[in-house]
Design a protein around this ligand. Sequence first.
Ligand SMILES: NC(=O)c1ccc[n+]([C@@H]2O[C@H](COP(=O)([O-])OP(=O)(O)OC[C@H]3O[C@@H](n4cnc5c(N)ncnc54)[C@H](O)[C@@H]3O)[C@@H](O)[C@H]2O)c1
Length: 318
Amino acid sequence: MSVPVRVLVTGGAGFIGSHLVDLLLERPDTHVTVLDKLTYAGSLANLEGHGDEPRFRFFRGDVADPKIVGPLVAEHDRVLNAAAESFVDRSIADASDFVRSNVLGTHVVLEACRREGRPLLQLSTDEVYGSTEEGRFTEESPMRPNSPYAATKAGADLLCRAYHVTYGLPVTVVRGCNAFGPRQHPEKAIPTFVLAALGGRELPVYGEGRNRREWLFVTDFARAVATVLDHGEPGLAYNIGGGHEIENAELARWICRLSGAPESLVRFVADRPGHDLRYALDGGRLAALGFGPEVAFEDGLARTVAWYRRNATLGVPS
Ligand SMILES: NC(=O)c1ccc[n+]([C@@H]2O[C@H](COP(=O)([O-])OP(=O)(O)OC[C@H]3O[C@@H](n4cnc5c(N)ncnc54)[C@H](O)[C@@H]3O)[C@@H](O)[C@H]2O)c1
């Protein structure tokens, strides 16, 4: 029998974190503990499928609290840091929680990992690179974050690099494109569009809707993270690309068609300040580890609409 692997997942009650927990628990020798503060963005409903699973444990707490994080890290073999404040618009209104959870929180996790000699996988984002009108960012592209959210993620990402170079801590970083799918908080773009379309309300699209994003279905996103967990080289960052690139206006129209709503519901609203025009990643380094997306964008979007249709009030934190 193989030795059990104990993985600590911070932010595991959130959108991507909960799908990572699902994937990790499919491995019979893996035990998972979630550390999550259950902010407005986290929900135990996202983990309810694992309530009776003896290999699963939930712990409510703050990733920026060393007294909580230290002992938990000591009890686990691997740490996956997904806890973060994650909504750009909220960071524009007030970045305080973003600095605390994203930068200080990552520092607390790094310190605990250093003390206990535990490898860390950090969830970072494509937004650290800023915006590009053409071409694709590689992992060596300079960081030029434009929103307070992106700046805190860049700070955390750079701390991870420094802990590897300075202390030899085995840290890998993933910089993901936009994930979408079931359980995403309704404040984010795709759930906002889907819930509006299903409710017969206007779909608010920023500016002229020309901003382009690369979208990857969340189960593929989780597989990408697991690929780096299993095969990533310490000290390296891996872009999670391979998503479908689409303009926001076209995305909103597509969601109308899938939801049976008229495209005339798409409404252009005042743009977000400092709104990045386009993110696009070169996913070659991760592809070389064997990762490729399995869910086509149109299938993922149809599954997402179907999920929100079933769960418009259930399982989605308000
Ligand atoms: N969603 C995306 O498209 C995307 C893309 C690239 C990277 N990321 C990164 O992936 C990670 C997860 O993103 P998500 O979309 O699932 O976010 P989310 O907002 O859905 O979930 C974040 C989770 O972290 C928890 N949390 C927040 N602050 C905490 C704290 N101080 N202590 C403990 N728990 C705390 C919340 O309760 C929530 O459960 C984040 O690090 C984010 O920056 C997300």
